[in-house]
Design a protein around this ligand. Structure first.
Ligand code: DGY
Length: 321
């Protein structure tokens, strides 16, 4: 029987590797936490049957052609797949899959970690303590946003946006959202109201982004949108960095045209837009949305199940192409 080689571009939890090996797959791994360079990747793909990629790998026609005719599946270790040229996959009869569902709660929780951190100015307080600059309790110190009664705006109401909105019930927030279709869950369980994009910008006290990155959503939040927001707004991004024009965001924050930002993803990841990290009014995390032990283990199993299904000639559980 032919043994298949499957290349994984990073160190991942062993659940998926064990599953592949138990099914007679030769697992070839870049056993490291940093992304391989493009050249390293191109040199290692020839002859693989499966490719397990991270969001930082560009999967385009050149990479698929370098892998050659043996390549049957690209399994992305992420729910987002803006890094993959799906048309190029389809044109070569290569299947592509992602990891939906298992990271919904982890990512929604992290969006809330950013909402709470920004609203209550947690990092600023932490810095005050660490630098020994705290001189004691005083009524006007680090005043933040009271969440009860404030409005949470969701741009996107898919799995993660909906999970973020449902968590707002516990904080007594009003929820509004913009989405192509109606979210019955948000409306029935969180009393949410679907609004036009401009109303979302104007009414949100906290605005959280939950749309995929596409040519239409790239820079959807730019200078023109930032001026339509409340000067007290907190902007949260746990989706994809390029949704926001970060140079415009830095200007708006510097000029206090908006109050705060809580970001887990960046326009030029992992590079930071100049000026962003110099601001006190931002909370910055290193793309940790799905980073819980359980979720990453489930993602690892899921990519392996997708690969194995395709190598067996079956329909993969999580197809995107
Ligand atoms: C995703 O899955 O798209 C996240 O950004 C990484 O887990």
């Amino acid at each position: 029987m032919t043994r298949h080689r499957v290349l994984i571009t990073r160190r991942v939890p062993p659940s998926g590797l064990d599953l592949l090996q138990a099914n007679d797959v030769d697992v070839d791994i870049f056993d490291q936490d940093n992304p391989p360079t493009r050249d390293e990747l191109l040199a290692r793909v020839p002859g693989v049957a499966g490719l397990i990629t991270m969001l930082s790998e560009r999967v385009d026609a050149d990479l698929l052609d370098a892998a050659g005719k043996s390549l049957k599946i690209v399994a992305n270790f992420a729910v987002g797949y803006d890094n993959i040229d799906l048309d190029a996959c389809r044109a070569r009869n290569i299947r592509a899959t992602n990891t939906p569902g298992v990271l919904t709660d982890a990512t929604a929780d992290l969006a809330w970690a950013l909402i709470l951190s920004a609203a209550r100015r947690v990092p600023e307080g932490d810095r005050l303590m660490r630098t020994g600059k705290w001189t004691g309790w005083t009524p006007m110190q680090l005043l933040g946003l009271q969440l009860r009664g404030a409005t949470l705006g969701l741009f996107g109401a898919g799995r993660i946006g909906t999970a973020v909105g449902l968590r707002a019930v516990g904080f007594g927030m009003n929820v509004i959202y913009t989405n192509r279709s109606r979210s019955a869950a948000l409306e029935e369980q969180a009393g949410a109201r679907r609004v036009e994009f401009d109303e979302l910008l104007a009414e949100s006290d906290v605005l959280s982004l939950h749309v995929p990155l596409t040519p239409e959503t790239r820079h959807r939040i730019g200078a023109a949108e930032l001026v339509k927001m409340k000067p007290t707004v907190i902007l949260i991004n746990t989706a994809r960095g390029p949704l926001v024009d970060e140079a415009a965001l830095v200007d708006a924050l510097r000029e206090r045209r908006i109050a705060m930002a809580g970001f887990d993803v960046y326009e030029h990841e992992p590079r930071m837009t100049p000026g962003l990290a110099d601001l006190d009014s931002v909370v910055l995390l290193p793309h940790l949305g799905s980073a819980t032990v359980l979720t990453r283990l489930q993602m690892s199993t899921m990519v392996a199940e997708n690969v194995l299904a395709v190598l067996r000639g079956d329909e993969p559980p999580n197809p995107i192409a």
